[in-house]
Design a binder for this molecule. Sequence first.
Ligand code: ADP
Ligand code: MG
Length: 633
Amino acid sequence: MKINLLTADVYNRIAAGEVIDRPYSVVKELVENAIDAGASEILIETEGGGKRLVRVRDNGGGIAQDDLKNAFSPHATSKLKCAEDLFRIQTLGFRGEAIASIASVSRMKIVSKTADGNAYSLLSDGGVLGEVCEAGGANGTEVTVENLFFNTPARLKFLKTDAQEEGEVANMISRFILSRPEISFTYSVNGKIKYRSFGDGLKSAIAAVYGAETLEHCFEISADKHGILLSGFIGNQNFSKPNRSYQSLFVNGRYVVNQTVSAAVTNAYGAYLMKRQYPFYVLNLTVPSEIVDVNVHPNKADVRFADNQVIYGSVYSVISSVLDGNSRALEYLADVPKPKAEPVATVAQSATIAQPVREAPKAESVPAPPPAPRMSYEQAKKELAFDVSPLAGKSPAPRFILPERNAVLEVNAPKREKTDAFEENRRFLLEEEKKAKQDKIDVSSLAFKGELFHTYLIYETGDCAYFIDQHAAHERLIYDRLRAGCEERNVVSQPMLLPFVLTVNASEFSFLEKNFSLLRGLGFEIDEFGGTSVKVSAVPADLQGIDLTAFFGEVLSCMESLRAIKLPDLLKDRLASAACKAAVKGGESLTESEVRALIEKMDGDMGLKCPHGRPVAVKMQRTEIEKLFKRIV
Ligand code: ADP
Ligand code: MG
């Protein structure tokens, strides 16, 4: 038999299968190229789930006229020159096969312009190249991929529905948005914008992907453990999700799914999570490139660490410290504020009390070159003073303080021996209580000085001014009372003049019905009203004027996660906080007697936080004000 040399387009078509197996891999490769080209703005469009059209346009460096043809040839890359470069890969792409592969199984067009050249375009039809032509266009590159797999029907057959393929594309784009918060992404599907990020930081990126509300339920962390940097946002103890699509890990800027890190996070959440609930996280793990191998998988979805134990230990200890609220958490929380006007009893103040005790704090804060993995593993082990295995049983729930919110939470905490962590937490709790007492001021000494923007009440006492967020305060008071009333079963209900009738779908109805007794415990008089309707005829007295449509909207919108939560306590918490949100409106001025009543009910407790963790009161010393006016320096 005669040996044939395959022509380039046939060879590429075969090879393409390895890199490009669905629309999402096309989008991934093209977006990675745009990122590697230094773009600050990337626009992505798909039609027909990406089968009909994928277009990625960027404002990066562009491809020069005489390089345009090379971009289409396999193993042509501008990102590697020699074998040694493989060990210091900074870019996302490096194999030089993506463009060639995609081109061979689609109709592809690249239009590109470098800063100092004209725009040129080149067409490829199933890998058969046309001629480089002059074109119009701004700096950067636009790659259009049409009719994917038109010449490989077998592959086409394996694609899922347009909606499913598009879903995977959207998922991946959301990960790009989160891993590159400095880049602005716009993603439109069949002409409609689905995601838009603004390139102004991780918070904004998370808001773009998950909605701004998500941030209210997160801790922002920023930790340096033995040269292993861990930063990002993790959901709080009550914020869990029904699946893993809310988990993103980026190792040195690459989105990966990694067993070691995933296990460390899951175990750190331990008892805080119910079955089939998954923590929310967006984490950036930055490790020295010599202890991580990114080249384990052709589509680069996983990485290998030189020492899994070190990674596990570091991630576990950072996240469990933050969740358990032990004093080390203060080192790991990113937004420990030190503003001029300090919220009363912020973490910043507590930090001076609850300094880490086990080691000299300096050692970790110096950004020294990372120690050898073996060494840091020993170190990490020593620091994990408690057992890191998943918990065996349950002990009576200790009271942990969450430093971020200052709220005392009853939780089913992990069963742990009397360890340092437990000791630390107890100490922290005591200090916090002491602090809270010190922060309590005598109400009669407060002189009301007026109100700002219908939102802030100003008080003076001695050499201090207090600014009180009246809505946060009000919300907090209602919340406390609802919770307490619920416990003591003495909530006062207020009948409504006109009952409120809500018609929902069947699954929502059965959810509400199951929770009738909890809702009644909170002071709602709620009953079936035929079909899938419910009737509310009384509300908790504190919530007169509550927007019931908003309240039920809020409750039903988190039904999925609430359903899985069996702890009535947590559920009550959610209900109470949803109720407050619907009850307290912003920018509404209070009468003088309402102001008086509010401050009296606060009973001088200036360290309170609203149910969403914002401070209720901010204190400013006279000296701080005088500094502003340069009366003193
Ligand atoms: P790789 O990214 O692995 O180098 P590709 O086949 O994805 O391989 O791309 C080949 C080459 O084409 C790249 O090395 C780069 O020089 C160029 N290129 C591709 N896309 C872009 C883009 N959006 N902007 C600038 N150059 C690009
Ligand atoms: Mg590439």
